[in-house]
Design a protein around this ligand. Structure first.
Ligand code: PLP
Length: 401
């Protein structure tokens, strides 16, 4: 029951993984351990624990181990390492897999702070990054260099939601001796079978749907066996660790994630269709939506029942940023803020062109990103309807002129 048991359904695994089995007598959940020092009764015990994960709380506690086990079971990973944020899961993994002189192929639609890390610290230590078109597919073979060690994917992409052909990219990467690292935050550990699709390391901003309640930051590195020790070595040297309270919050979030995603997905479909019907909206960026960009690939590679609630919308180019601001400011139920994956709905204006090397000009019209939370969808629609009324008011149009 502690391991990835393919014979059990996903929701069942999320409920049972990382917990003791039927023989357990006591509280359902593991204790929330707040710790730094671990004590040993004598020198022999100290000697025995030395160098193992039981020696010091930075390496593990009963609480963090339970969360690691549950996440491994959720996604079918060989090992899990927990970090202070989603971003530090990304930076730790890239530092572990790349050394001076190496080449990294980074998807152009990566989360912006990932780009900043490539253009900043990685460049400074002599790692060279090439950004590639998310829709490149098997064509990535043409970008591989003898020094290419990592192909980084993020599907759907940040802000613009392009779906990547992961099996084609992974086949080309593996043929050239590179490994595939995925920022799988949108998919969550249960939204696709990452390792079967060819991913070697699957990274998560656990901050989003795993924690699920906007009350903690956390990252998770889920890896196959082959790369486990190489990444853990760097992880240990960097001193990465998380606290017991945050681990307990993430474990609690994970237990209900499948049930929450079902509601996020259902409401997101309704909102996406409603947005599509608004005359000012040129395109809804939500791959689970029938007919949306990337829908066919999404349907092939993702589990439809665990789609999430994050989407984008592109306005026609005659809509101004002032009108979009009027829409956003008028809504009452959609909070204005970064991050997503909590129980609450969020809305943001986005400008992806500033974070793109390829096809930046494609994204010149005003855009928004929406996170569809667990509120009743009728209320969300009325709220958006009020927002669109504000966008249509002469004052918003005049302010823009
Ligand atoms: C939010 C996010 C991250 C970073 O997670 P933090 O916990 O905020 O550091 C990384 N990747 C993606 C795709 C994200 O949306």
């Amino acid at each position: 029951m502690q391991q990835h048991s393919p014979e059990l359904q996903t929701a069942t695994r999320l409920t049972h993984a990382g917990r003791k089995g039927k023989e357990h007598h006591g509280p359902v959940n593991p204790p929330v351990i707040r710790a730094s020092t671990m004590l040993f009764p004598d020198c022999a015990a100290l000697q025995e624990a030395n160098g193992t994960r039981r020696s010091y709380a930075r390496h593990a506690t009963e609480t963090t181990l339970a969360l690691e086990q549950a996440l491994c079971a959720a996604e079918g990973a060989a090992a899990c390492m927990l970090t202070s944020s989603g971003l530090s899961a990304i930076t730790t993994t890239l530092l572990a897999l790349l050394k001076p002189g190496d080449h990294l192929l980074m998807v152009d639609t990566a989360y912006d702070p990932t780009r900043q890390f490539c253009d900043g610290l990685l460049k400074q230590i002599g790692v060279h990054t090439t950004y590639y078109d998310p829709l490149i597919g098997a064509g990535i073979a043409g970008l591989m260099q003898p020094t290419t060690k990592v192909v980084f994917v993020e599907s759907p992409g940040s802000l613009t939601f392009e779906v990547q052909d992961i099996p084609a990219i992974a086949a080309a990467a593996h043929a050239a001796g590179a490994v595939v690292v995925s920022d799988s935050t949108w998919a969550t550990p249960i939204g696709w079978d990452s390792f079967a699709l060819g991913v070697d390391v699957s990274l998560h901003a656990a901050t989003k749907y795993i924690v699920g309640h906007s009350d903690a930051l956390m990252g998770a590195i889920l890896t196959n066996e082959a790369l486990h020790l190489q990444i853990r070595n760097t992880y240990k040297q960097l001193g990465m660790s998380i606290g017991g309270d945050d681990a307990a919050l993430a474990l609690r979030g994970l237990r209900t994630m499948a049930a929450r995603l079902a509601v996020h997905r259902e409401s997101a479909q309704v909102v996406a269709k409603w947005l599509q019907a608004q005359p000012e909206v040129a395109e809804v960026l939500y791959p689970p939506l029938d007919g949306a960009a990337g829908h066919a690939l999404w349907k092939r590679d993702f589990r439809a029942e665990y789609a999430c609630g994050l989407m984008g919308a592109v306005f026609h180019s005659n809509v101004t940023e002032a009108q979009v601001a009027a829409l956003i400011d008028r809504t009452q139920l959609f909070g204005i803020g970064f991050s997503w994956g909590g129980y609450e709905s969020l809305i943001l204006p986005t400008r992806p062109a500033g974070y793109r090397t390829i096809n930046a000009e494609k994204w010149s019209a005003p855009m928004i990103r929406l996170h569809i939370g667990l509120e009743a969808v009728e209320d969300l629609i009325s709220d958006l309807d009020a927002g669109f009324s504000a966008l249509r008011e002469p004052v918003a149009i005049a302010r823009a002129a």
